[in-house]
Design a protein around this ligand. Structure first.
Ligand SMILES: Cc1ncc(COP(=O)(O)O)c(C=O)c1O
Length: 510
C-alpha cells in the first residue's frame, strides 16, 4: 500500500498549518485560564496513550488529524504545566514569541544540518552575524565577536552544555601548558556555593567529580552577604589546592544565580585567579549569565558584566528571557582557538576543502554535538521583529513589575525579603519566631506550606530556594517575573494570593 510522499500538496499543507496555528493561537488565548501547574497524576498521560505504535497511520487512513488534535486537547494539555501562563512565576521563564515560533517552523521546513560551513554556508554565516549582533546588544567587548582575530559566538543548546564546553576548553589549555601527564587527576574547578548545578554536572561528565557531592577537585567557594562569590575566598582555595599539587583549569563566575540572581564580581575574580594560580597556569574563566545576560540589552544592567573583558567565555539564554524559543544559548568566547582545539576531531568523512582552507567556521568544533539545527533563524527573526528597543522594553517591564511586588512584600511586616533583587526575581519569606533554629525549622515548614497552598490554587506557580543565613540555610519563595504576557494585574493577583494564604498558614501555624 502506498502511503503517499513525505510532503502534502500546497493546498493541504496550507489547511493543515492553518489548523495547527489556529490551535496554537487558541492555546495562547486561553493559557491564562488553565491551572498553571499541571494536576496530572503520575502515569495519567501514559495510560491514555496506546501501548503499541500505530501500524497504519494518517497517511494510510488508519488515523486522522481530527483525532490528533482531539488527543492534544484531551491527553496532552491536562498533562502540561503552562510555562506560557502570565502567572508562571516559577524557576526562570521560558520565553517564546511569534517571530521565534515562525523561525522554528522555517528551520524545520528547511531541515538543514549546519554541522560544517560546507553543509550549509548560510546556516553558519547567519549564526555568526546574529551572534555578533547579540554581543553588541549586551555590550560585550569586540574581542568576543567573530570580527576579532580570536573571538566569536555560537548557539549552544543550553547553558549546561556551555559550562561543559568551557570546562573541556580549560582542561585542554592547562594540559597543553603543563603536559597532560603532569596534570592528570590534578585538575580543579571553582564556582560559588550558589552556582548552578550544571557546573557540578560538567565536572561529573568530564571525570573531575565522582558524583554530585565529590569535592576533591570541585570547590564551591564561599559567598558574601549579597550571595556573590568572595574573590579572596577563591584565591585562598586556589592557593591551598596549588600547595597540595592541584592545578586549576576552570573558574565559573555566575552573573545572576539561579537561587537569587546574585552577581559574582568578574573583575576581582579575574584578579584573584591571576594572583593565586600557579606560575604558567591560566585557568579558563567562564561567565554563566544564563538569565541575567538578557538584561544587558539595557545599558543600566550592564554593570553586571563589568570585567567580562577578562573572561574566556560568557553565555546566556535568550530562551529564558529574550523572547526566543528553547533551545538557544548564546555562547561567546575570546579564545575560539582554545575552544575549538578542545572539541575538534576530523574524521575522513567530514573532510572538505573550505574547512581545510581555514577560512570558515565549522560550528561542530565549538561544542559537543556534531549535528546542529538552524537555530539562528529564530533569533534573527526575534531581533528583526522587536529590534533592540523592543527587547529593552520587554526586560524593563518585568523588572518594574518585580520591583512593585518587592515593594508590596516590604510593606507587609509578616514578610521579609531575603536577598537583593538586581533584576526580576523576588525572594521572600514569611517571618517566624523560630527562624534562628536548625535545619527545617518551623519557619521553613510554614513557608513550604504557603508555597504548596499557593500552587494548589492553580492560579500561580512559584518555586522555592534555600538561602544561606545566620544559623543555617532558610527556605524562601521565589517569584520570577518574566513570562511574555505577564502584566501588573497578574503580579497583583499573585500578591493577593500570597497575603490570603499567609493568613491561612499563619492561622494554623504550630
Ligand atoms: C545561572 C544558571 N545557569 C545555568 C542554568 C542551566 O540552564 P540550561 O537549562 O540552559 O542548561 C540555569 C537554569 O536556570 C541557571 O539559572
Amino acid at each position: 500500500m502506498s502511503v503517499g510522499g513525505p510532503h502534502l500538496d500546497s493546498e493541504s499543507l496550507r489547511a493543515l498549518s492553518r489548523r495547527a496555528t489556529e490551535w496554537i493561537a487558541r492555546y495562547w488565548a486561553r493559557v491564562g485560564e488553565l491551572p498553571v501547574l499541571s494536576r496530572a497524576a503520575p502515569g495519567q498521560v501514559l495510560r491514555a496513550l496506546p501501548e503499541h505504535p500505530p501500524e497504519v497511520g494518517i497517511a494510510g487512513a488508519g488515523d486522522s488529524w481530527d483525532r490528533v488534535f482531539d488527543d492534544l486537547d484531551r491527553i496532552v494539555l491536562p498533562g502540561l504545566t503552562h510555562w506560557q501562563s502570565p502567572r508562571f512565576f516559577a524557576y526562570f521563564p521560558a520565553n517564546i514569541s511569534t517571530p521565534s515560533v515562525i523561525g522554528e517552523l522555517l528551520g524545520a521546513g528547511l531541515g538543514v544540518q549546519g554541522m560544517l560551513w560546507f553543509t550549509s554556508p548560510a546556516c553558519t554565516e547567519l549564526e555568526t552575524r546574529v551572534l555578533d549582533w547579540m554581543a553588541e546588544l549586551i555590550g560585550l567587548p569586540g574581542a568576543f565577536r567573530s570580527t576579532s582575530p580570536g573571538g566569536g559566538g555560537v548557539i549552544q543548546g543550553t547553558a549546561s552544555e556551555g559550562a561543559l564546553s568551557a570546562l573541556v576548553a580549560g582542561r585542554d589549555r592547562v594540559r597543553r601548558a603543563m603536559g597532560a601527564e603532569r596534570v592528570r587527576d590534578r585538575l580543579t574547578v571553582y564556582a560559588s556555593t550558589q552556582a548552578h548545578s550544571s557546573v557540578i554536572k560538567a565536572a561529573m561528565v568530564a571525570g573531575l567529580a565522582d558524583g554530585p557531592d565529590d569535592r576533591r577537585r570541585l570547590r564551591l567557594v564561599d559567598v558574601d552577604g549579597s550571595l556573590a562569590m568572595r574573590p579572596e575566598a577563591l584565591a585562598a582555595a586556589i592557593r591551598q589546592d596549588a600547595a597540595a599539587g592541584l592545578v586549576p583549569c576552570l573558574v565559573c563566575a555566575t552573573v545572576g544565580t539561579t537561587g537569587t540572581t546574585a552577581v559574582d564580581p568578574i573583575a576581582p575574580i579575574a584578579r584573584a585567579i591571576a594572583d593565586a594560580s600557579p606560575p604558567g597556569v591560566r585557568p579558563w574563566l567562564h561567565v554563566d549569565a544564563a538569565l541575567a545576560g538578557s538584561a544587558c540589552v539595557c545599558p543600566e544592567f550592564r554593570w553586571m558584566l563589568d570585567g567580562v573583558e577578562h573572561a574566556d567565555s560568557v553565555c546566556f539564554n535568550p530562551h529564558k528571557w529574550l523572547l526566543t524559543n528553547f533551545d538557544c544559548d548564546c555562547f561567546f568566547t575570546r579564545d575560539r582557538r582554545g575552544l575549538t582545539r578542545a572539541h575538534t576531531i576530523a574524521p575522513e568523512y567530514l573532510r572538505n576543502a573550505p574547512s581545510e582552507s581555514g577560512e570558515v567556521f565549522d560550528y561542530r568544533d565549538w561544542h559537543v554535538p556534531l549535528g546542529r539545527r538552524f537555530r539562528s533563524l529564530k533569533l534573527w527573526l526575534v531581533l528583526r521583529y522587536y529590534g533592540a528597543e523592543g527587547l529593552r522594553e520587554h526586560v524593563r517591564g518585568h523588572v518594574r513589575l518585580a520591583a512593585l511586588f518587592e515593594s508590596w512584600v516590604r510593606g507587609d511586616p509578616r514578610f521579609e525579603i531575603v536577598a537583593p533583587r538586581p533584576l526580576s526575581l523576588v525572594c521572600f519569606r514569611l517571618r517566624h519566631p523560630d527562624d534562628a533554629g536548625g535545619e527545617w525549622s518551623a519557619g521553613d515548614v510554614l513557608n513550604r506550606r504557603l508555597l504548596d497552598a499557593l500552587n494548589a490554587t492553580g492560579r500561580v506557580f512559584l518555586t522555592h530556594t534555600s538561602v544561606p543565613a545566620a544559623g543555617g540555610a532558610r527556605i524562601a519563595l521565589r517569584l520570577a517575573v518574566g513570562s511574555v504576557t505577564t502584566r501588573e494585574a497578574d503580579v497583583a493577583e499573585a500578591w493577593a494570593l500570597v497575603r490570603e494564604h499567609a493568613g491561612g498558614v499563619l492561622g494554623s501555624s504550630p
